[in-house]
Design a protein around this ligand. Sequence first.
Ligand SMILES: Nc1ncnc2c1ncn2[C@@H]1O[C@H](COP(=O)(O)OP(=O)(O)OP(=O)(O)O)[C@@H](O)[C@H]1O
Ligand SMILES: [Mg+2]
Length: 238
Amino acid sequence: MGIKQIIAIASAKGGVGKSTICANLALQFSRDYKVGILDADIYGPNQQIIFNVANQKPIVKTIGEKKIFLPIEVDNILLNSMGLVIDSAKAAMWRGPMLSKAIKQLKNSTQWGNLDYLFVDMPPGTGDAYLTVASDIELDYAILITTMSKLAVHDTKKSKTMFDRLKIPVLGIIDNMSYSICPNTHEHINDFMLVNLEQEIGCDLLGSIPRHKDLTDFNSSKKNNLLEPIYNKLKKLS
Ligand SMILES: Nc1ncnc2c1ncn2[C@@H]1O[C@H](COP(=O)(O)OP(=O)(O)OP(=O)(O)O)[C@@H](O)[C@H]1O
Ligand SMILES: [Mg+2]
C-alpha cells in the first residue's frame, strides 16, 4: 500500500504557523488514520521540538548499500526530520538541487510502512530551492497557511501561483492567528483588517484558527480540538 496521500503544509511567509498547524492536523488525523510527518524545513526544523523528541534520532539500518531510517514514533505518529539526520549548519550552504535531493532521499529511505497521510512541514519560501523540493517530493496536495496580514496574503498568492505551476492541487487556505477570543465575553477580536482570502488568493478557505494559548509554543502533550472543523472538511477532500 505505501503512502496513500502526501500533503504539504506550506506558505511563502515565515512564522505564520505552518509547523504548528502541521503538528495539530497530524494529531487530529492520527485519531482515525495512520499518519506520518516529514519535517522538510532544513534551516529551522521544529517538529522534533513540538513532539518533545529533540534528543531522539531515527535508527539507521544499512541494507546492502542502502541506508534505511526507522522513523521516531510519537503520539501514534511517525516522524522523520531533516533536523534529526542532517547537520543544519552544513545544509544551510547547500543549493536547491542538493537540498531537494537530500529531502527526497530522506522521504524515500524512511521506513514509513503503510500510511494514510504523510504531512510535509515545508520551509518558508518560493525560491529555486523551494520549487525543486516541492516538485521532487511527489506531493498529492498542498494546504496554504496564512494570516490576514497584507504581507502574508501577498506571499501566499505567490505560493498559490507556484503550486499551480507545479500542477499540485491546493486543498485550501487555513487562516491562522487573524483573531483572538476574549476570555471573558468570548467575543472575537480581529487582529488585522478583514480580508476576503478566498477572493484574494483564489482558493477555498478551509477555516480560521484563532490566536490561542493552546497553540502558542504548542507541544503535543497539550491536546486541543481547534483543528477539528478543518479536519472534518479535509477528510472529505483528500
Ligand atoms: N493559532 C496560534 N495561536 C497562537 N500561537 C500560534 C498559533 N499558530 C502559531 N503560533 C505560534 O507562532 C509561532 C510561529 O509558528 P510556527 O513556528 O508554527 O510557524 P511557521 O510558519 O512554521 O514558521 P517558520 O516559517 O519559521 O517555519 C510559534 O511560536 C507558534 O507557537
Ligand atoms: Mg515551521
